[in-house]
Write a protein that binds this ligand. Structure first.
Ligand code: LFR
Length: 496
């Protein structure tokens, strides 16, 4: 048992975590990765006046606490890495100070801007030059919203740092732009592998803000002397991992050398497949898939699906009404509710913004002439069945694009703790689901630190380490309900 120890911060839209990873040699001389969670903290969206924000300083505070805790608990990580959700950013002034609180990607200031920018630039041009699905929250629209609001911050900003890069900067003082996050902005051209400054100019977005991207597995630098003194720990090194959480999660899919399909399941559901290069065809655009930069030189052809956000928001509402029903209990209630009574299309745009989720689900059912779900069990059942059917639709679309048939679906991330969702997914697909690992983003984060330290050769070897270290649960489809009939109904909602 030799000790390479790394520390991963994985920031999700509803909580953040610090986990320690230890690379251990077993008696047979094989290596395994052992993962221990050492700190978990909530992450809240906060409405301030007209805008929805992240509490970035609170996140920094919790990260510092995580670093201190790692050492207090007797671990001695040599490096740390940070992964977060995509697209969001902070702006720094000429003195390197943070200009205000970063906006939350669900802030309403980007409403209507997809159409406005497409009219200006042309939808196909925009897709060709970014490879991304048109999502209202993409960095491009956020910056364009600031431009339209004549934000003085945009005028005085010197540097834009995407969230994980911002957090790394606040700890190390080093400004970088990590590649996987850069590819979520819609301002990075996957073909030229460069920032799209022409597009920025068209939209009045200052191109001086953007640093040249560095690739996952690059060292950023040590904690500043001030931070290491404050925490009473050595100045450990930050590594630029696959800092977009989705890319870290995909890195931890325990797949072999064959092409595979995956679903990263958290607040969002990202369903897709790994590619050697982006697929910028018209059909990709029409089927609303993204090409996101991944780790190890990959591109990820994937679709954003509204995901367990639907359930999280309903739960938040019920909690606020004092019901306080835990997720396991909600899933149990769903299990006992009637099947296929009412379905929604998870990606109907109404579901994107926070609040009023129960009523939004009911209104969807009303408008589509279905029975209106009332009880918690009925609502949760509706969400889970609808997600499973959406996964089938997205998987079949991915297969159309790649002309490959996938034997089953790898599911990773916190959402797989919802066993009913995994089983529904297998049923809807009529194919097996292989679920695991749960902490995929944090594990993928660690893998890139190991690669950066030369402890692991490449992505392929890293995935073997995942397969050797974490069990997966197989779900076989069962035909006790008529998922095909439900799928036909679902397709009738008419969205790609
Ligand atoms: C998942 C994720 C998705 C991104 C969304 C918003 O956590 O990173 O990949 O599209 O959050 O940033």
């Amino acid at each position: 048992t030799t000790g390479t120890t790394v520390l991963a911060f994985d920031m999700g839209a509803s909580s953040g975590r610090a986990l320690v990873g230890q690379l251990l040699d077993n008696s047979a001389g094989d290596q395994t990765l052992q993962v221990t969670e050492i700190h978990r903290f909530p992450n809240h969206a906060i409405q301030v006046g007209d805008h929805l924000h992240w509490d970035i300083l609170r996140l920094l505070h919790e990260m510092k606490k995580g670093i201190r805790l790692a050492f207090q608990k007797g671990y001695a990580p040599s490096t740390f890495g940070i992964d977060t959700w995509g697209v969001d950013f902070g702006l720094l002034d000429a003195n390197g100070e943070l200009l205000g609180n970063p906006y939350h990607y669900r802030d309403s200031h980007t409403e209507g801007l997809i159409d406005e920018v497409s009219d200006l630039v042309g939808q196909e041009v925009l897709f060709q030059q970014s490879g991304l699905q048109f999502m209202p929250f993409n960095t491009l629209y956020q910056l364009y919203a600031m431009k339209k609001a004549a934000s003085p911050k945009l005028d005085i900003a010197q540097t834009l740092l995407l969230t994980p890069d911002l957090l790394a900067y606040l700890l190390t003082g080093v400004k970088v732009c990590e590649f996987t996050m850069a590819t979520t902005t819609q301002l990075f051209n996957p073909e030229t592998q460069a920032w799209n400054s022409e597009l920025m100019e068209r939209l009045g977005i200052p191109s001086r803000l953007f640093l040249k991207p560095i690739h996952p597995g690059t060292m950023i630098g040590p904690l500043t002397p001030a931070v290491s003194a404050e925490l009473g720990v050595p100045a450990i090194q930050a590594v630029a991992v696959g800092t977009h959480d989705t890319e870290s999660a995909i890195a931890a899919v325990p797949a072999g050398d064959e092409p595979f399909a995956y679903l990263a399941c958290g607040t969002w559901s990202l369903l897709g497949t790994e590619m050697a290069k982006p697929l910028l065809s018209r059909e990709t655009m029409e089927l609303e898939f993204s090409n996101e930069g991944g780790v190890g030189g990959t591109y990820q052809l994937l679709k954003n699906i509204m995901g367990l956000w639907l359930l999280q928001e309903c739960k938040r509402e019920w909690d606020e009404q004092g019901k306080e029903i835990g997720f396991p209990e909600l899933v149990r209630l769903a299990e006992h509710a009637a099947p296929f009574r009412s379905l929604i299309h998870p990606d109907d745009p109404r579901f994107f913004s926070p609040s009023g989720m129960v009523e939004k689900i009911q209104s969807f059912c009303r408008e589509t002439n279905q029975p209106i779900p009332q009880s918690e069990g009925e609502i949760v059942r509706c969400i889970l069945e609808s997600l499973a059917l959406r996964y089938r639709q997205a998987l079949e679309q991915a297969e159309r694009l790649t002309e490959i048939r996938y034997g089953g679906l790898h599911m990773v991330g916190g959402g797989i703790q919802n066993e009913l969702l995994c089983q529904f997914t297998a049923n809807a697909l009529g194919r097996p689901v292989w679920a695991g690992p749960i902490e995929a983003s944090a594990i993928g984060n660690m893998l890139l630190q190991l690669i950066a330290q030369g402890k692991c050769k490449d992505l392929q070897e890293a995935r073997k380490l995942v397969a050797a270290s974490f069990p997966t649960e197989a779900y076989e489809p069962n035909a006790d309900m008529d998922w095909s009939a439900a799928y036909e109904l679902f397709l009738g909602f008419g969205r790609v």
